[in-house]
Design a protein around this ligand. Structure first.
Ligand code: ARG
Length: 459
């Protein structure tokens, strides 16, 4: 029977034990729990609440429990409910009654809040590292294919030519916002809750600032009721993860399209594709599909936690135990997604021959033709109309812009001159020479800025 069932006459029903236990998943907090307990024991001794000798015994007991867990020698029992009780019970077994002093001036409510915050801090730094590696892979791919032009799409219809590097840098921007969001989330995670006790604070002369310093927190919580009730930081991580997965999923979708026989813009490395069990010709982009698929899973965890929290009266309620599996799963999904996706981006090959062909299809220079007339004095709306009629004329005759004669052009506007033939894919791209535009000069500048940013993050 669990060591905290003193007032009960019966053991918990086996079904209840299994139903309520969190140990099958919260064992993962063992390092954080032990780190928190060691800091707490040090603080209790420093404040004279327990003796130095007692703290030493407790701390070495905790350290040996950590080893047992790491060596797979620790026996987790569902009747001990969660990681906090499992470790405490083992401590009592190992060091005897003095182990019972560890829980002085503490409750599992502030303890679990602490453990989760410690894990969230680690998760955020791991996420940031992986996001930067992904950004680096995007930059390398952009640089390796610097001159490559692709059709830029709106409505998935060819719109205007753009540099592939410009397109990839769009994702660099999205990931930069993700990085900002995780960094911002970190500010709210970085708050030390111990000292809140079960709800009201604790009735001992503790030193919360010491605990914060020991555990590497920059702030301490300011309201004990809030501190044991708050899971905003988990919601925030999951929300930032959801947005990040949305970005990754959009790129995954493009990779799926681009690697299809219809687009044929890229070739994925064989290590990142799978074959079909029935159709030998297939090379499937499963990794990209699963990135897209797992995005739904991450959104689901966010929604689940929001719903779990929405009507909970203050302060701690057992419902909150439901925060963990979704959180851990989100961290694991995001980290593994970033890792495998980085590898896929690093190894994919761009088929510049095909993107070049694709850009030449259709009337992708239509805007440039309209801009040409505007520069000769036509109003933009009129110019748009003239080019629209010109396209319909050319389509009926199966001709591209370059195949139209000057006299054909002139039938649509007297402003057309010989120089209309100098409108090319290259001139179109070079013309978009504004900050944020696709002109090579601007993209070079953006690439340099992106590299500088990454260099600063490393330094
Ligand atoms: N396993 C619990 C959780 O994950 C720990 C806190 C339990 N507190 C309590 N008063 N039952 O939320």
């Amino acid at each position: 029977m669990s060591h905290i069932r003193g007032r009960f006459h019966k053991a918990a029903d086996k079904l209840v034990t299994d139903y309520t236990a969190s140990i099958p998943f919260d064992w993962r907090l063992y390092r954080h729990d032990i780190a928190g307990s060691i800091a707490h024991a040090k603080m209790l001794a420093k404040q004279g609440i327990i003796s130095e000798k007692e703290a030493e015994i407790i701390i070495s007991g905790l350290a040996s429990i950590r080893e047992e867990i790491e060596q797979g020698k620790f026996q987790f029992k569902p009747e001990l409910e969660d990681i906090h009780m499992s470790i405490e019970a083992r401590l009592l077994e190992k060091v005897g009654e003095v182990g019972g002093k560890l829980h002085t001036a503490r409750s599992r409510n502030d303890q679990v809040a602490l453990d989760l915050r410690l894990l969230a801090k680690e998760a955020i730094s791991g996420t940031l590292v992986k996001l930067r590696e992904f950004q680096q892979a995007l930059i390398s791919l952009a640089e390796a294919n610097k001159g490559v032009v692709i059709p830029g799409y709106t409505h998935l219809q060819p719109a205007q030519p753009v540099l592939l590097a410009h397109h990839l840098l769009a994702y660099f921007e999205m990931l930069q916002r993700d990085i900002d969001r995780f960094n911002d989330c970190l500010k709210r995670v970085d708050v030390m809750p111990l000292g809140s006790g079960a709800i009201a604070g604790v009735a001992y002369n503790i030193d919360r600032d010491f605990l914060a310093r020991e555990l590497g927190f920059s702030q301490i919580s300011q309201n004990s009721i809030d501190a044991v009730s708050d899971r905003d930081f988990v919601v925030e991580y999951e929300a930032a993860a959801s947005l990040c997965m949305m970005h990754l999923s959009r790129l995954a979708e493009e990779i799926i399209l681009w690697s299809s026989a219809e687009f044929n813009f890229i070739e994925l490395d064989e290590a990142y594709t799978t074959g079909s069990s029935i159709m030998p010709q297939k090379k499937n982009p499963d990794v990209a599909e699963l990135v897209r698929g797992k995005t739904g899973r991450v959104y689901g965890k966010l929604m689940a936690l929001l719903v779990t929290m929405k009507a909970l009266p203050l302060s701690y309620n057992r419902d909150m135990q439901e925060d963990k599996e979704g959180f851990f799963d989100t961290v694991d999904t995001l980290l593994s997604t970033l890792e495998v996706f980085t590898g896929m981006v690093k190894t994919l090959r761009v088929k510049a021959e095909n993107t070049e062909q694709a850009v030449k299809q259709g009337y992708i220079l239509a805007t440039d033709l309209a801009d040409y007339l505007v520069k000769k004095g036509e109003a933009f709306r009129t110019a748009h109309n003239i080019v629209a009629r010109l396209i319909s004329y050319a389509m009926e005759r199966g001709k591209s812009f370059s195949q139209l004669s000057l006299s054909e052009y002139k039938e649509f506007s007297p402003l057309f001159g010989e120089d209309v033939y100098s409108i090319t894919i290259e001139s179109s791209i070079a013309a978009r020479d504004v900050i944020g535009g696709t002109a090579p000069k601007q993209v070079d500048r953006a690439l340099a800025a992106a590299k500088k940013l990454l260099g600063e993050c490393k330094g």
